[in-house]
Design a protein around this ligand. Structure first.
Ligand code: HEM
Length: 507
């Protein structure tokens, strides 16, 4: 099935690509001629018996591509603007290059609504990273960039993130069954690892989630709230929904999820402020933690940025770890190559990862990239154009919302020879074999952390966490997979939807 999809993508893209280059300017067609799904068709196909009924977002997007090709207009519906859905890396480059200085990424309207109308005392005049636009977003990003994007700030967390990974390895030893398999709900454990790591970095707090005796009700609320957020936003933001006109019981519950998350984060920030007051630190400002730096700006700024880190940074990183381990379990020879690289740097199973030795792990980085290609955490993005551009031969006016659907190009032979194979080598420099991506690559076909000034602000944190846990797992266990292929569920991001019963054999 996957191979068939790859063949279809490759032949369609070859045709479309050769049509889109060359005499683009002469052959530009007006926007009105772009394939369009009518409002009527959209409603009809979304009802029981229709093509889009009860389908995941990803399947609906696939159905659009199958029927209309690589650019299609989706009508404005229920308060959402019209959007052009596009499916080709040459288009992605044009769209990103037309995003302007304050890129607009829509798609989380429920959170924007909640923050503006239900908690204006925190958000209204300040906005946020995740969902604000224009000057408000830019101001917040200018505050957060020097705090979160500086490699030297993130490096300071290397030991703590490694400690957490090592505690998690111990937990894995405890939860293995007599066949050395992880429990069916291993994804939930990985989620607790991800939350434990993000809170250690962003909130400067250990929640001790691996300790079965920990009974931190707020931590439990945080985990549940973040999971509910992903599920519910797929429903209320990812699909057509009436909430902008009429708030259903389900949508009101969603607002209480947002409220719980805000209150729990406020609670932890207040706790941190109290502890810091008592601490009387002698450290200089430049040595401050992320949280202290944010609090120096303003308490509300700290609440806003930390909330965004929690919402964006837990399920994403957890999904990336599971996907990477799955790819390694399915490709034992690649797992062994990685293990040899790790053994050179981490001679003992419990050797420390440091900000020095973790620079020398090119194969580990290539493995993570390749897993993100085959199993993208976010397989789409959205931008509003700031000028007229040509997409797949059609003129698209300025201020149009455009969706970028990456998943098809990630398995496109044009960019990735043997696209269905897990080949970390394609990401290594100086590769001269046929599978290397060097030379043919279009960087716009692989943007797991987005693009430009609005790209993922947590990228460095995510990479540190991912590399540290994957390295610790592979250094301690031989990982195997003895079940049917992993299924993926597309909520706001793509998450594994199988019981992740990895076999972890002690080395
Ligand atoms: C493997 C893990 C992750 C992936 C694949 C990922 C991916 C992304 C992507 C694709 C975007 C949108 C970028 C764009 O529009 O160009 C984004 C935005 C964002 N991410 Fe991540 N992310 C990950 C982990 C994290 C972590 C760990 C954090 C925080 C600790 C984080 C915080 C954010 C925030 C706050 C934004 C919004 C930035 C803005 O609009 O200014 N992410 N992420």
């Amino acid at each position: 099935m996957r191979s068939l999809l790859i063949r279809q993508v490759n032949s369609l893209t070859r045709r479309a690509y050769s049509a889109s280059i060359g005499s683009e300017v002469e052959n530009v067609k007006p926007f009105s001629e772009m394939p369009t799904i009518t409002f009527f068709k959209m409603v009809k196909e979304s009802l029981p018996g229709g093509k889009y009924y009860n389908k995941s977002i990803k399947d609906v997007l696939q159905a659009f591509f199958d029927e209309f090709g690589e650019a299609v207009r989706i009508p404005a519906m229920l308060g959402n603007p019209e959007i052009v859905m596009s499916y080709n890396s040459e288009n992605f480059e044009k769209i990103f290059r037309a995003e302007g200085t304050w890129p607009v990424r829509t798609g989380l309207d429920s959170l924007e609504y909640y923050r503006d109308t239900k908690r204006p005392e925190i958000y209204k005049d300040l906005g946020s990273l995740f969902v604000s636009h224009g000057e408000k977003w830019s101001n917040m990003r200018s505050i957060a960039n020097p705090i979160l994007m500086q490699p030297k700030t993130i490096k300071k967390y290397t030991t703590q993130v490694d400690d957490i990974a090592k505690e998690f390895i111990e937990l894995m030893r405890k939860i293995r069954n007599d066949k050395s398999e992880m429990p069916g709900d291993f994804s939930n454990y990985i989620n607790t690892w991800s939350l434990e790591s993000v809170t250690a970095v962003g909130l400067e707090r250990r929640l001790n989630l691996f300790d079965p005796n920990t009974n931190d009700e707020n931590a439990k609320k945080l985990i549940k709230g973040i999971r509910d957020f992903f599920e519910m936003s797929a429903e209320y933001d990812g699909k057509a929904s009436v909430w902008k006109y009429y708030q259903t019981k389900g949508f009101k519950e969603f607002l209480t999820v947002y409220d719980t998350l805000t209150d729990v984060i406020l609670y932890y920030i207040d706790l941190a402020i109290k502890e810091m007051d008592q601490e009387k630190s002698t450290a200089s400002e430049s040595e401050d933690s992320i949280l202290k730096k944010l609090l120096r700006v303003d308490k509300r700024v700290a609440v806003i940025v930390v909330s965004d880190l929690m919402l964006a940074g837990v399920d994403t990183t957890a999904s990336a770890v599971l996907n990477t381990i799955y790819c390694l379990a399915k490709n034992p020879e690649k797992q062994e190559i990685l293990r040899q690289e790790l053994i050179n740097i981490l001679p003992e199973k419990n050797s420390r990862m440091t900000s020095e030795n973790n620079k020398n792990m090119p194969y580990l980085r290539a493995v993570i990239k390749e897993a993100m290609r085959l199993f993208p955490v976010a397989s789409g993005n959205v931008r509003q154009t700031t000028k007229e551009i040509v997409i797949s031969g059609y003129q698209v006016p300025a201020n149009t919302h455009v969706g970028l659907q990456f998943h098809l190009d990630l398995i496109n032979e044009k960019y990735y020879p043997n696209p269905d194979k897990f080949l970390p080598e394609r990401w290594l420099r100086d590769q001269s074999d046929n599978n290397s991506r060097a030379g043919v690559a279009n960087p716009f076909s692989f943007l797991p952390f987005g693009f430009g000034v609005r790209s993922c602000i947590g990228k460095r944190i995510a990479e540190l966490e991912l590399e540290t846990l994957v390295a610790n797992i592979i250094r301690n266990f031989k990982v195997e997979w003895h079940y049917p292929d992993m299924k993926i569920k597309s909520t706001f991001v793509n998450i594994p939807d199988s019981e992740m019963r990895f076999k972890m054999i002690e080395l």
